[in-house]
Design a protein around this ligand. Structure first.
Ligand code: PEP
Ligand code: MG
Length: 754
């Protein structure tokens, strides 16, 4: 049975069109089981009906024509109940309404299973037997198993079909494809498909006729790519900070003599022609990364493949320096590399769409630095058909709209102009205090990860840096940064904001932030060696960072050190011990090193329950709602398929934060919140009500949150919190807060476009 099941699923997944996939399903299922008919109905949301899409054993003329209301008939019952239904003599069942067009009256026993994918009933798979009677246990097991497996294949095939309908203009409305956010922002533009020709993987083997000539050709191609990388980096000099341009150095390093290039030369010497040797070299290096579970390591494989492609283009003499890009260009590719981004004139690049890749890749860092919206994880898409089509990219929601209807276009144009007008209004708030109408001051800080981000933090009126993610610097480098290098960076950030506080979080590596030069192989990296665990496992690396921080603080005294992912007091004690040791060492070396204010991130569920004990040992707590939500709800924060389940306003999450605030205040220690919830108007309002002492957020959200603070009295925020805490369901909390914000004229994102 397992073999047949696998074969069917395999065949279905290779079908090019939905119709073809459904035909395979009914044909193969009927052949595999002792049944007389098999049919698939798919849901048509618009008409609220099921449409008979494929059948074996029904009148062929009925296929595509028969529709049944979702509340009607036996298939309707299966969808309604969302469960397997067996009826041994259908004629006696109250929901039996056979369609004369199908000829199903001749059958008597019925078996139906819903096709469910991520809570959505995509359709119903049914089987009929001529004679009344039961279905055997094996038949039922087979049917249920195949339905569960086919739901995903049907979902993917319908996604491709939907795109085709969007492209043909047949699907008018607000249809979109959901991916995940890589970089925020909204843009309209024309898709420019990256050249799919000459893919490295399809290069054949060929014996090298002249090994020396192949080696020379290869070296010339590598030199040309080196030059291309240098030129790309220079081209972006005015638009992205030098720290971000450092990713080009990573490419240069990969191409260096000790890396890929020397490997390829060995293969050429062994007799393969240069493109073939290069293909094997890239495949071998990329595979090491690609097979790893961890998204950041997979992002490393993207870099290697991108380099591979650039060298191949040079080897084949196809370097086209002068490709023309549309005016509002949305780059679309299976993956999009930083050199491909750099090839588009900066003013012309409107967005980036990648089928595969990671929200943490160098492409993502580059897109954010350029302020270009980007969306990733959109497979399955018929990518080859997208070139030249009009597209809306909604980086805020991680969605794209293909050939959008004029209504969608209008909605987005309006959204963009409203956002512009709104941000102008918000700019006016820049120098006003974040103070409620009843006089409660709530300091607003910025979350940043690059030295250059201090400009944005200043521009938005942040009163300090509530979270500096030091790992960004580590991630952009090809080796652990040395003490002096780190010192320079921290000193600059601290000096930029002195005397306002700057919170430097110690390295939060691991999880989705694996250092490319320190690969850790773990089955479940989010539960593995991450955050403080990594630092405590490597005191030699941790001490370098702590020393750099303390040195940077000398004479400024505005440093706050923050420890990530603390899950027990022992870890905190150990980290505090190492901080004290770093201070002692520096004093012994004759340097000025005061122990700064220290904070603990509350982002692991156990830390919530230890809030008072942790607060007793440090100066402040900072709630990381991103990880706390992920761990409390067991929802991966980077998985596009479970975004609806990832909810910072879930009553469980709110209760946990409230518990932390009360626990820290018991020891008279302040609590700030530095996860995304702090930058969300609804979240900020509830956090205000909880009595948090500061909020820290992305600079882009700061003015909006300040508007919220200035629009609600503390008393009103408290009463909204009381109401929210009495609710059992996140949706109800969203409704409550949206209503309050709308009433106050704060909510700006329009649901029509969303
Ligand atoms: C958090 O988890 O909320 C947080 C601020 O840390 P990061 O997003 O860097 O994991
Ligand atoms: Mg975190």
């Amino acid at each position: 049975m397992l073999v047949t099941l696998r074969q069917i699923v395999q065949e279905v997944s290779t079908a090019k069109q939905l119709d073809e996939a459904l035909d395979i399903i009914v044909h193969r299922v009927k052949a595999a089981l002792p049944i007389d008919a098999c049919a698939v109905y798919l849901t048509d949301e618009e008409s609220d009906q099921y449409v008979l899409m494929a059948a074996e054993g029904f009148n062929p003329a009925s296929i595509g024509k028969v529709r049944i209301d979702r509340q009607e008939g036996l298939p309707g019952l299966v969808g309604e109940r969302r469960e397997l239904i067996i009826v041994s003599d259908a004629a006696t069942h109250p929901r039996y309404h056979p369609s004369s067009a199908t000829g199903e009256e001749r059958y008597h026993s019925f078996l139906g299973v819903p096709l469910i994918h991520y809570h959505q009933v995509l359709g119903v798979l049914v089987a009929w037997k001529r004679a009344p009677g039961q279905f055997g246990k094996d038949e039922v097991t087979f049917f249920v198993t195949i339905a569960a497996q086919l739901a995903k294949a049907i979902h993917d095939a319908s996604a491709v079909e939907e795109v085709s309908r969007m492209l043909s203009g047949e699907l008018q409305g607000v249809a979109f494809i959901q991916g995940i956010q890589m970089a925020a922002g909204v843009a309209l533009g024309t898709a420019a498909l990256l050249d799919p020709l000459a893919r490295l993987e399809s290069i054949p083997d060929r014996p090298a006729r002249d090994i020396a000539a192949e080696m020379t050709a290869f070296r010339t191609a590598v030199t040309a790519v080196h030059e291309e990388l240098r030129a790309s980096s220079e081209r972006l000099a005015a638009d992205v900070p030098s720290e971000v341009r450092a990713v080009f150095d990573v490419y240069v390093m990969l191409l260096g003599n000790d890396g890929l290039a020397s490997d390829a030369l060995v293969r050429i010497r062994a007799g393969n022609w240069a493109p073939g040797a290069w293909r094997d070299t890239i495949a071998a290096h990329a595979q090491i990364f690609e097979q790893m579970e961890d998204p950041y390591l997979r992002a490393g494989a993207e870099d290697i493949r991108a380099i591979g492609q650039r060298v191949l283009v040079q080897l084949q003499g196809e370097a086209k320096a002068s490709r023309q890009y549309p005016q509002q260009c949305i780059l679309v590719g299976d993956t999009v590399s930083i050199t491909e981004i750099a090839a588009v004139p900066v003013g012309q690049l409107a967005g980036i769409v990648c089928m595969h890749g990671s929200a943490l890749s160098h492409t993502a860092v580059m897109a954010r630095a350029l302020g270009i919206p980007a969306v990733v994880s959109l497979a399955p898409l018929p990518i080859g058909r997208l070139d030249g089509c009009e597209m809306v990219i909604d980086g805020d929601q991680g969605r794209i709209y293909i050939e959008p209807s004029s209504a969608v276009l209008d909605a987005f144009l309006q959204l963009i102009s409203e956002q512009q007008a709104h941000s102008e209004r918000l700019t006016a708030l820049r120098d006003l205090p974040a103070e409620t109408p009843d006089g409660f001051r709530l300091p607003l800080y910025a979350n940043i990860g690059l030295v250059s981000d201090t400009v944005a933090a200043r521009d938005c009126g942040a009163e300090g840096i509530g979270l500096y993610r030091t790992e960004v610097h580590y991630l952009l480098h090809d080796a652990f940064p040395l003490e002096d290098e780190q010192y320079q960076i921290y000193r600059k950030v601290l000096a930029d904001f002195a005397p306002s506080p700057v919170t430097l979080r110690t390295l939060d590596a691991g999880g989705d932030k694996i250092l490319p030069y320190f690969p850790v192989q773990e089955d479940n990296p989010f539960m593995g060696c991450r955050g403080i665990r990594f630092s405590l496992d490597h005191p030699e690396i941790f001490l370098i960072q702590l020393r750099a921080m303390l040195r940077a603080n000398a004479g400024l005294d505005n440093l706050q050190v923050l420890f990530p992912m603390i899950s027990r007091v022992g870890e905190l004690d150990e980290a505090l011990g190492l901080l004290a040791r770093a201070g002692r060492e520096l004093l012994e070396e004759g340097l000025d090193a005061k122990i700064p204010r220290v904070g603990v991130m509350i982002e692991v569920p156990s830390a919530v329950f230890l809030a008072t004990a942790l607060a007793e040992r440090v100066d402040f707590l900072s709630v990381g709602t991103n990880d706390l939500t992920q761990y409390l709800l067991a929802v991966d924060r980077n998985n596009a398929q479970v975004t609806t389940a990832y909810d910072g306003l879930h009553p469980g999450v709110l209760d946990a934060i409230h518990h932390v605030v009360k626990g820290a205040h018991l020891r008279s220690k302040p609590v700030s919140v530095c996860g995304e919830l702090a930058g969300d108007p609804a979240g900020a309002l509830l956090l205000l009500g909880m009595g948090v002492d500061a909020l820290s957020m992305s600079p882009a959200n700061l003015a909006r949150v300040k508007q919220v603070i200035r629009s609600f009295t503390l008393q009103r925020a408290r009463s909204l919190l009381d109401e929210a805490l009495g609710m059992e369901d996140g949706f109800a909390i969203h409704r409550l807060l949206n209503g309050a914000l709308e009433e106050a004229g704060v909510l700006m994102r329009r649901q029509t476009a969303a």
